[in-house]
Ligand binder design. Structure first.
Ligand SMILES: [Zn+2]
Length: 334
């Protein structure tokens, strides 16, 4: 029996103390290298792509030398961390802390560990989730792919007295949503998630059509939502009322293990995801699942690079001035 990855030395190649001991100029250099990898950290104009930019006298601001452009910018201009208030080192610490939580990281915990306000920690963690969720755009799974759905929200508390209780299976709650996901088997297998209002055929069709190669073999359970998929891809069904696995790889166990990470995160780390951001939480956990055997240096750097490649958030920019997404903005409707 092999050692669990998280117990190995490879899992801890970036201790938090190393981040905390970093100087602010050191963290700034890291941001520059992550933002402009092709020039090894030398500024590139975000407007016209000109590499001849000079630093202004007050420091950390650049100006494009191209006469028709003359754009002024910083290392975070036009990225998720635009108009940041935290120091570079603090942002890096939040990312590193987030990387260390296999099931995600709670904002309250980051706030305490770093000594920042809860809303600051929350907003920065949310930005990371938005950046990770954006990776789904061009993901295409191949080989053997499993599809399934998981109901997560819509919990109704039982009444105290027995005569007041209702059969919870029969009530429709307005907040009831489902996470649908496709996951590729194997070490490099990736996971794509989508949040929708019921486990339905349209969503399953669109998910497989957009994110699964036509050659892949799809495994699904007996739910009606997956009936039509045989028109898209080779399809094998697993009858869960008889057995969870029919041998020879006929099962949806791989995707179930992703869903169990989501459930543990929901109950153990966040104690609840709001409907509003469930899509981002699910996508974040899919990313964690896919990179579960990578060291925390890799996770930290990938989150940093993804946030610096992501344009300024239309969903979170000016959040505390009242710019908030609505409850079902990120729920797929087809
Ligand atoms: Zn320019």
């Amino acid at each position: 029996m092999g050692q669990h990855f998280l117990l190995s030395k490879d899992a801890r190649d970036l201790p938090l103390q190393k981040v905390m001991r970093m100087t602010e100029p050191g963290a700034y250099r890291l941001f520059k290298r992550a933002r402009w990898p092709l020039t090894n950290g030398e500024p590139v104009c975000p407007e016209c792509g000109n590499v001849r930019c000079y630093e202004l006298a007050r420091g950390r601001r650049f100006k494009c030398s191209f006469k028709e452009c003359k754009k002024e910018f910083t290392v975070t201009s036009g990225t998720l961390f635009a108009s940041r208030k935290l120091m570079f080192r603090q942002i890096l610490a939040i990312i590193a802390m987030s990387a260390n939580g296999a099931k995600g990281k709670a904002a309250l915990q980051v706030a305490r560990e770093l000594g920042v306000q809860n809303k600051t920690a929350w907003l920065n963690l949310m930005k990371l989730r938005e950046a990770l969720a954006a990776r789904r755009g061009n993901m295409l799974l191949d080989g053997e792919v499993e599809i399934d759905g998981m109901y997560l929200l819509g919990f109704v508390r039982q009444e105290n007295r027995k005569e007041d209780r209702v059969d919870r299976r029969t009530i429709e709650t307005p907040q009831r949503v489902v996470v649908m996901a496709v996951r590729e088997r194997g070490w490099r297998g990736q996971t794509v998630t989508r949040v929708t209002q019921s486990e339905n055929a349209n969503c399953a069709w669109d998910l497989v059509k957009s994110h699964v190669s036509r050659e892949a073999h799809v495994y699904a359970d007996e739910h009606l939502a997956y009936d039509e998929l045989c028109g898209l891809n080779p399809l094998t069904r697993v009858n869960h009322s008889k057995a969870f696995s029919h041998g020879e790889g006929v099962s949806t166990n791989i995707i179930e293990s992703f869903f169990s990470r989501v459930r543990r995160s929901y109950r153990g780390i966040h104690h609840r995801f709001s409907v509003k951001y469930l899509d981002w939480y699910a996508a974040e956990l899919a990313w964690r699942e896919d990179l579960r055997r990578k060291g925390n240096r890799r996770l930290t750097m990938e989150m940093l690079v993804r946030s610096l490649m992501h344009p300024t958030s239309r969903n979170l920019c000016g959040y505390f001035q009242g710019n908030k997404p609505k409850d079902f903005d990120f729920v797929w409707r087809g």
